[in-house]
Design a binder for this molecule. Structure first.
Ligand SMILES: [Fe+2]
Length: 160
């Protein structure tokens, strides 16, 4: 497979945005799996709620593609595929009583990756002065940060 060389900051931004789209699609699938793995209704609900937010985040990314006049498509995201694979393996080897803890920990890893992805998109679009794009990306980042805090709080609660 011939790889296209990213030559300009704009090429890089487009590629990172395509990767972010795959990341969110992977997140949506992962949240479904984590919801199945979790035992407690409250934790299942936390995953369900963030899955709904993830659908909004995908819509925000579609809007970002339009505003930047980029063709909407996806690019490989081996990092999120790896996070999901690691989660599946940890769930499989854990006793049922550990599943809530495992699911929360795995989701936390995914959120932190997403936070870094949005920060990496916000810095260049902000320096380009694309305030409408930054607002959409910041909305997604805020949800990821909020979710990571909720996951951490819930993890602390179940282990107290
Ligand atoms: Fe997300």
């Amino acid at each position: 497979m011939v790889q296209q060389t990213l030559k300009s900051p704009n090429d890089l931004l487009h590629f990172q945005l395509r990767t972010a789209m795959t990341m969110e699609n992977d997140s949506l699938a992962a949240l479904g799996e984590l919801q199945k793995a979790a035992k407690t209704a409250e934790i299942k609900q936390l995953f369900r709620h963030h899955a709904d937010e993830t659908k909004e985040q995908i819509a925000n990314l579609q809007q970002v593609f339009r505003l930047l006049e980029f063709k909407e498509s996806t690019a490989p995201s081996p990092s999120t595929k790896g996070i999901s694979k690691q989660a599946a393996s940890l769930i499989e080897r854990s006793a049922p009583k550990l599943r809530d803890q495992v699911a929360l920990s795995c989701a936390l890893g995914n959120e932190h990756y997403e936070i870094s992805a949005y920060q990496s998109l916000i810095v260049p679009t902000s320096s380009m002065g694309m305030s409408d794009v930054v607002s959409l990306l910041q909305a997604n980042l805020d949800q990821e940060v909020h979710t990571s805090e909720e996951l951490q709080k819930t993890l602390q609660k179940i282990l107290a």
